[in-house]
Design a protein around this ligand. Structure first.
Ligand SMILES: [Zn+2]
Length: 235
C-alpha cells in the first residue's frame, strides 16, 4: 500500500504528538516539589516582638498558599528537629534567635539525607560568637552561603559569612526578612518545577519587586531586567 504525502504527514504528526505527550507526562511525574516548611522563629519576649504565630504568618505572606508551615519558638529547636526525618523532604527556615541552632539543624538534615540547600539562615545575631560559630559550621557542612540572608548591621547578620544574600529593602526591618525568604523559596520552587510545566508562574525580583513569567525569562531567568539584580537563590 502506498501512502500519499498527506497521509504520511498526518501519521508523522500523530506519532510526534504522542511522543511529545509521553515525554511531557513523564517529566511532570518526576517533579518533586517540597511543600513542607519548618520555621524556627526569633525572640518573641520583648515589647515589640511578634509571637511565633505572627512570624509564621509573615513567612506565609512570602510563600503563598502552596506550602504547609510548621512553626516553632526559638526555644524549641528540638521540636523542629524531631520533624526532620528521612521520610519526606523539608525546607527549614531559621530566623534571628533561631539561627543559633544552625549547626545542629544542619547536622540533623545531613543525618536524614536532606538537601542542605533547603536550609535558610535569616538575619542571625552576628554579635554573638556562639551564633557566628554555629552559622559557620552549618556552612562548613554544606549549607550554601547564599542561603544566609543578612541585613545592614551586625545584629541582623552583616558580614557573618562571605557571599551572603542581602535582605531586600522591606519594612518593618528585620521582621520583613521572614517574608522575603518566603519569596526566595517560592521563586526557587518555580525554577525547580520548570520542567513540570509551571511556566505560567512568576518570578518576583527580590530587590525591586518587578515580576515576570518563568516562560518569558529566557536564559537569564533570574536576572531582573529592571534593576539587574540576580535573583537566583543558590548560585
Ligand atoms: Zn529588580
Amino acid at each position: 500500500m502506498k501512502l500519499s504525502l498527506a497521509n504520511k504527514l498526518l501519521i508523522g504528526g500523530a506519532v510526534f504528538c504522542a511522543l511529545g505527550f509521553v515525554f511531557y507526562a513523564t517529566r511532570k511525574e518526576k517533579k518533586t516539589s517540597i511543600s513542607n516548611v519548618l520555621l524556627l522563629g526569633g525572640l518573641d519576649t520583648r515589647k515589640n516582638d511578634k509571637n511565633i504565630t505572627a512570624q509564621s504568618q509573615l513567612l506565609k505572606e512570602g510563600l503563598g498558599n502552596d506550602y504547609t508551615i510548621k512553626a516553632y519558638r526559638y526555644t524549641d529547636g528540638n521540636g523542629l528537629k524531631a520533624q526532620i526525618t528521612k521520610k519526606s523532604k523539608v525546607i527549614v527556615v531559621l530566623f534571628s534567635a533561631g539561627c543559633s541552632q544552625a549547626d545542629s539543624v544542619a547536622k540533623a538534615m545531613q543525618e536524614n539525607n536532606q538537601d542542605l540547600s533547603n536550609l535558610y539562615i535569616v538575619e542571625p545575631y552576628a554579635k554573638s560568637d556562639r551564633v557566628i560559630n554555629s552559622v559557620t559550621s552549618a556552612i562548613e557542612l554544606g549549607v550554601p552561603t547564599k542561603n544566609v540572608i543578612v541585613g545592614k548591621s551586625k545584629s541582623v547578620g552583616k558580614d557573618i559569612v562571605d557571599n551572603a544574600t542581602q535582605t531586600p529593602e522591606c519594612s518593618p526591618s528585620h521582621w520583613c526578612a521572614i517574608t522575603e525568604v518566603g519569596k526566595i523559596i517560592r521563586n526557587r520552587t518555580s525554577y525547580s518545577s520548570l520542567e513540570g510545566g509551571k511556566k505560567d508562574e512568576k518570578i518576583e525580583c527580590n530587590r525591586c519587586g518587578w515580576s515576570w513569567k518563568v516562560a518569558d525569562g529566557g536564559n537569564d531567568l533570574f536576572v531582573c531586567h529592571k534593576c539587574g539584580n540576580n535573583n537566583e537563590p543558590n548560585k
